[in-house]
Design a protein. Structure first.
Ligand code: MN
Length: 162
């Protein structure tokens, strides 16, 4: 199973880091407004550098002076898949192809994001600008939207406790 994670990151600008496991790293996008649960929502997602897999479970405070200084919450986590793939290797191949062509449709199975999402690169925005589109949503979140799926803490609690 391939994993995804969304980290809410209160850096200089609040944003959400949307990350998909692929080839042993986390492909990553910064989503200023965060992923949306409402159908048809389109959110700007700016592709940023790959992150190590184990960074996906980081929650806490990045010290001031360091890159990305501020509070990080594991906002959602779970698995993702691509319909039509017969096994994990085929799945990764399809994800790779989608990233190359600029269109990637995935099924997220998280605690908040559950359903079909599409990442579409848009030309006018330069090659790092994508849209994260909520194609179909399913069911209610099983975790409060303002709390960590890792620790059930709010941003304020993480900021206080580290
Ligand atoms: Mn970030």
């Amino acid at each position: 199973m391939l994993h995804f994670v969304v980290q809410k990151h209160q850096a200089r600008q609040l944003h959400y880091d949307f990350r998909l496991e692929l080839d042993g790293v986390l492909k990553s996008w910064a989503v200023p407004k965060g992923p949306a649960l409402a159908l048809g929502s389109k959110r700007l997602a700016v592709m940023v550098e790959d992150h190590p897999l184990d960074y996906g479970s980081f929650e806490g405070v990045i010290e001031s002076g360091a890159y990305g200084a501020g509070t990080v919450m594991v906002w959602d986590a779970g698995t993702y898949r691509i319909l039509g793939a017969i096994d994990a290797a085929a799945e990764e191949g399809l994800v790779r192809a989608g990233l190359t062509t600029g269109r990637l449709r995935i099924e997220l199975e998280g605690k908040k994001l559950r359903g079909t999402f599409e990442l579409v690169r848009f030309k006018r925005g330069g090659d790092r600008a994508w849209l994260l589109i909520t194609v179909s949503g399913t069911g209610a979140p099983t975790q409060a939207l303002d709390r960590s799926v890792l620790s059930n803490r709010t941003m304020e609690q993480i900021t206080e406790q580290g």
